[in-house]
Design a protein. Structure first.
Length: 258
């Protein structure tokens, strides 16, 4: 029997299809519209999630007129999934997952550009939690993306306590050098006044909000138009996405991608 997270989310407003980009399994959501060219959102899921669990959020975004692409990261979904709840899995695989997703982004970008529905001048990127690390790392490296939305992620990786607590892990130590190369907070000059929206609960126990506060304060100085970068804090909220967050993300992208 097909589980609920494997059922296609197709209706009178949107259609869904599976998309393979080399060995990267993705879902694509397309609004049913007469427009030939569409604004596009590339959306990255969090740790222990996968593309299937993003169906509802992606479908909501597509219903507003966006083509939405949701890839599986390595060790998630169809890409050699591991037991994410087993002790040590997060420490062992998190940073490799982040780096691999960032490094394979050019393959996905090329495919997006070649899709007949894509308006290349209106492409944004979004991510949740771990996907917020990934999306922000990709955003600073590729100026095709005209907007960035991060739910409960971090754009100043070196400010996270966990960044310096696992030096005993040789694999982590090796990845740290590569992580520094992609840390968005170290590439503020590449933001180029492109719109950024950071949405975060101020009681987040998984990814504390302090890293986003730090990034926002530093990045704001690089913006000629301060309205293009925003940190929206949600009082009392832990590591969750609320309906209000999703609404804020839709309104933000309506302003800058439509």
């Amino acid at each position: 029997m097909m589980s609920i997270n494997e059922e296609k989310l197709s209706n009178i407003f949107i259609s869904e299809e599976k998309l393979m980009i080399e060995d990267i399994a993705c879902l694509r959501f397309i609004p049913k519209t007469e427009q030939d060219k569409l604004p596009t959102l590339l959306y990255y899921h969090g740790w222990s999630s996968n593309k299937n669990y993003q169906r509802f959020k992606a479908g909501c975004l597509a219903a507003y007129g966006y083509q939405v692409i949701v890839p599986d990261s390595i060790y998630h979904g169809e890409r050699d999934m591991i037991d994410h709840n087993k002790d040590g899995m997060l420490e062992k695989y998190l940073f490799e997952t982040i780096l691999t997703s960032i490094q394979e982004a050019p393959i996905i970008i090329e495919k997006i550009n070649n899709l007949k529905e894509t308006d290349g001048s209106r492409v944004g990127i979004m991510g949740t939690s771990m996907g917020g690390f990934i999306s922000s790392g990709i955003f600073v490296q590729h100026d095709i993306f005209k907007s960035l939305v991060v739910f409960n992620g971090a754009c100043a990786w070196h400010k996270l306590e966990s960044f310096d607590q696992k030096e005993h892990n040789l694999k982590y130590h090796n990845y740290k050098k590569e992580l520094i190369k992609y840390d968005p907070a170290g590439h503020l000059n590449l933001l180029a006044d492109r719109p950024i929206l950071l949405l975060h609960g101020d009681q987040d126990s998984s990814i504390p909000i302090e890293a986003q506060r730090y990034f926002y304060k530093k990045a704001e100085a690089y913006y000629q138009n301060e309205n293009k970068i925003m940190l929206q804090e949600y009082p009392g909220m832990d590591h969750y996405i609320s309906t209000g967050m999703l609404e804020k993300a839709v309104l933000f992208n309506e302003k800058y991608l439509k």
